[in-house]
Design a protein around this ligand. Sequence first.
Ligand code: FRU
Length: 539
Amino acid sequence: NTMLSWQRTVFHFQPEKNWMNDPNGPLYYKGWYHFFYQYNPKGAVWGVIVWGHAVSRDLIHWLHLPLAMVADQWYDKNGVWTGSATILPDGQVIMLYTGSTNESVQVQNLAYPADPSDPLLVDWIKYPSNPVLFPPPGIGTMDFRDPTTAWLTSEGKWRISIGSKLNKTGIALVYDTNDFKTYERVEGLLHAVPGTGMWECIDFFPISIKGENGLDTSINGENVKHVVKVSLDDDRHDYYAVGTYDEKNVKFTPDDLKNDVGIGLRYDYGIFYASKTFYDQSKERRVLWGWIGESDSEYSDVAKGWASVQGIPRTVTLNKKTGSRLLQWPVAEVESLRLRSDEFENLKVKPGSVVPLEIETAAQLDIVAEFEIDNKALEMTSQFNREYECSTSGGAAERGALGPFGLLVLANEDLSEYTPTYFYVVKGSDGQLKTSFCSDQSRSSLATDVGKKIFGSFVPVLEDEKLSLRILVDHSVVESFAQGGRTCVTSRVYPTKAIYGAARLFLFNNATEATVTASVKVWQMNSAFIRPFNPNQRN
Ligand code: FRU
């Protein structure tokens, strides 16, 4: 349907057509990044899910390969569901995934490459004695899914976690294995948080306190913290906590028990779910994949013939300056798509103004921007102690003394459509500033059957730091990162007028008192030309 074709993205990963959901088993093998994903080959809605597969040299340009696994066994007849890869020290690749059986029981299954000498890992073998794990006593048969990547215990066993729930408590079950074929349930739970419901797609990984490099999943010891991430089935967001992993007691303890209620930070305050990291041994970094679903109607998805994209893979590090919080940043390789750029330096944006940025086109952009509020407004502001929360605010239209200000992306000339991505600063009676970072979809489209929420959250800003943001714009996706990736917000938007050559970019300042000084650099982004693999192009 060409009517909706402008919504198609050009540098975010997606299959050629149909439905996609979770990222699965990402890994780096013999020079290639592998990406598997939950895929319905039969249409643009969720259904009997199989594993799609694509490969890349750089995490940005992808080649689609044949389906890796289909629902052809009794133990995955209702779906080849989410799973994770483990690379053994000798290079062997182990894939564990959840099967939804012919009776819709959730079981864990083992698969491995048919030909380990094939860098493209085209063919997969399901272990003949699958399933390797059934739901344990006391656990619902439909509450047992999404095995993690395995990590080594100090005894030399492999350990995995699997998500579940007990009443309304989300829990992380733990199993040990030597061979990935037989497993032993480990007493206790890696983590549990009352009231959070079913934990999907658990991710568990170490993170360096000192260095910027990522850590292989089995690394533990001094200068290492751990991250637990869960996807909450009930509220469809990914939450994490940074904390300590006590191997002996098989227990994760969050650093910030008080404020985080065990698992209180979000990877992304917009649309981003079922995410999963992997350790990229070629670049010694930890890379995060996340599923960005649609917020238009199912009818539109069927009409356009596809649904969902994946976020640009993000490098994940510990934010040393704020502690107990991650930094997420688009992998450096995405910068290879940058074409021509325009720079705007030290523009004074007065209260209540909109400033057009004259650039070529504005539907495929990489934007970096810095903002400074003039000191007088900060000191003299008449407004104190105001509560502000993006999601319950009036969005970019709600005016305060010191915000909102930022960019209008995917806007059209007469501003009948635009998506503001902005900061909103509030001064406390103690003089301290509190900054929110938001993305407002309420005016993003003249269409009425699309999501129009206001997303965002608080972002820590340290003394002497300017406010900084980065935005990746790709037709119907707006991925935003504040303060180097301390707070991230991803939106799906469906403009009807602000498309292709008609899309524009503006600076705006809707504060009543503060003038802001803005510096913006904008790159036109190339397409990543994601396409089917042609065997003649092996090299
Ligand atoms: C998360 C999820 C997983 C499951 C898969 C099925 O989005 O529900 O828990 O394995 O998707 O497609």
